[in-house]
Design a protein around this ligand. Structure first.
Ligand SMILES: Cc1ncc(COP(=O)(O)O)c(C=O)c1O
Length: 492
């Protein structure tokens, strides 16, 4: 079966394999191979004829089979032939509690039977109230107000709209611009896309919403030469670039800075020490809102409910989605400080924004059940107890010539591949295409590991396993990666 092409790349996908799946280079790894039953031809035909996959070169499946994942259990998923895969990406940074949790599914079913739907336009329903209160307790500082959405893009978009209307309402109508980092991904709707820092996925949709401005990211492995040896100095430089950009754009025109606690796109860039403290100072100095985009980093990915708590900074808004339900139903939202709500709490003032399914009762019930699992099983504790072992296990891969950098925090890692470890020379576009799409994505999938081989920045493999994982799964990941990366190097 052909591996899925990467859901975020604009020019992804690898040459499809024809015919039955020849077990890949790591097929000998225990647990990688399932029953290998027959492929459902009618389903394949229907998928090819009618289903439009996201961010996917559909031509890759003109003849090759579409990968169909049929069920999940714990940290593993199974395709329609019964072959097992370790879900090293939690689906898409979503399945924090793992797959197949009956109690969470049942919470959704119970809610659907009681009240399947009612909007949050003028009305409330009990599960949205309970969830909002629970999130407000878990969130850092004065983030007390929850505005629900159905997705991360909507959350990002909502925070921008809130920032704009807030400033218009409070006598600063010129503030509309948003600063965000190079290569950072913040979603695909037109507003969120203007905040996203990936030129290749923006270009077909120009002109975008005006106001998106880029600032440097915190990729220390590729830090500019003059601070390449000093992590703390690099962090302060990257933060000061935000100030420089605010001054260049005109402070009165800047509404917000969007930052992920650990930037995903580009392959996991954690914040250098002192970075967020300096950013907070700068935002306060110029009256700019700090939006922590935690669509990936919240709900345990970094061993805390929110990434801002791990790095000790106080955002004005947190955007979230994905892990809030562990994917048992779709939900997103933003947590805003009381201060931002204040202008909308008197007279006829209204935040003029909403979506039909935001805070859906079933999704809210599922989110509450998901958080119950977090508490009962102390998943944050599990991440904190095991993260050093996860790091150490992945760092064993440094003995391979292709592994240049292993970076991340919590259960969130990127492994950057290089042509030359000493010079950090990266691959040409052609080599990258051959390596990632022509070989790695397929080989890792064949070997039973779902992760992402990505080249939105330099070529990286991204890992974000369910928070229930432990040393056994870390070793499984390391062994599959070792086998496949060794083979990749020999093919270069
Ligand atoms: C940091 C970040 N923001 C926003 C989004 C968009 O979320 P969604 O795909 O739910 O719209 C994503 C998606 O991965 C993300 O990683």
């Amino acid at each position: 079966m052909t591996a899925p092409s990467d859901p975020y790349r604009s020019s992804q996908a690898h040459p499809p394999r024809r015919g039955p799946d020849p077990m890949g280079p790591a097929a000998a790894i225990e647990g990688a191979v399932g029953s290998g039953g027959p492929v459902d031809r009618a389903q394949q035909e229907a998928a090819r004829r009618h289903l439009w996959l996201h961010f996917t070169r559909m031509s890759a499946y003109n003849e090759a089979d579409v990968p169909v994942i049929e069920r999940g259990e714990g940290q593993y998923v199974y395709d329609q032939r019964g072959k097992r895969y370790l879900d090293g990406l939690s689906g898409l940074f979503v399945s924090q509690i793992g797959h197949g949790r009956k109690e969470v599914a049942e919470a959704g079913a119970r809610q659907a039977a009681e009240l399947a739907y009612f909007p949050l336009w003028s009305y409330a329903h009990p599960r949205a109230v309970e969830l909002a209160e629970r999130l407000a307790v878990l969130a850092p500082g004065d983030l007390n107000r929850v505005f629900f959405t159905t997705s991360g893009s909507e959350a990002v978009e909502s925070a921008w709209k809130l920032a704009k209307q807030y400033f218009k309402t409070t006598g600063q109508p010129g503030r509309y611009k948003v600063l965000s980092r190079e290569i950072a991904y913040h979603g695909t709707s037109m507003g969120a896309l203007a905040i996203t820092g990936l030129p290749s996925i923006k270009e077909p949709f120009e002109p975008l919403t005006p106001g998106g401005v880029r600032i440097p990211n915190t990729n220390f492995y590729r830090a500019p030469g003059f601070i390449a040896d000093d992590l703390a100095a690099f962090g302060l430089w990257a933060a000061d670039e935000i100030e420089r950009t605010i001054l260049m754009e005109g402070p009165d025109s800047v509404a917000a800075v969007y930052l992920e606690p650990v930037q995903n796109s580009g392959g996991c860039f954690p914040p250098p020490p002192g970075y967020f403290a300096r950013v907070r100072e700068i935002c306060d100095r110029y009256g700019v809102l700090l939006v922590s985009d935690e669509v990936i980093c919240a709900f345990g990915r970094l061993g805390h409910y929110f990434g801002a708590q791990r790095y000790g900074y106080q955002p004005d808004i947190i955007t979230f989605a994905k892990g809030v339900t562990s994917g048992y139903a779709p939900l997103g939202g933003m947590l805003a400080s009381d201060r931002l709500m204040e202008p909308f709490s008197e007279g006829s003032a209204t935040f003029l924004h909403g979506v039909t399914f935001a805070g859906h009762p079933v999704s809210s019930a599922v989110a509450l059940a998901n958080l119950d699992v977090f508490e009962k099983e102390d998943l944050l504790g599990n991440v904190r107890a095991n993260e050093a072992t996860f790091r150490a296990t992945l760092e064993k891969l440094y003995d391979l010539p292709i592994v240049g950098d292993v970076r991340g925090d919590g259960y969130f890692y990127g492994i950057e591949m290089v042509k030359d470890k000493t010079t950090r020379e990266t691959f040409s576009d052609e080599e990258s295409e051959r390596l990632l799409r022509g070989f790695l994505s397929q080989a890792l999938f064949d070997a039973g590991l779902i992760c992402r081989a990505d080249d939105r920045g330099d070529p990286v493999i991204q890992l974000a396993p369910p928070l229930t994982c432990g040393p056994e799964q870390f070793t499984e990941m390391e062994q599959i990666l070792r086998t496949v990366l060794t083979e990749a190097w020999s093919q270069l």
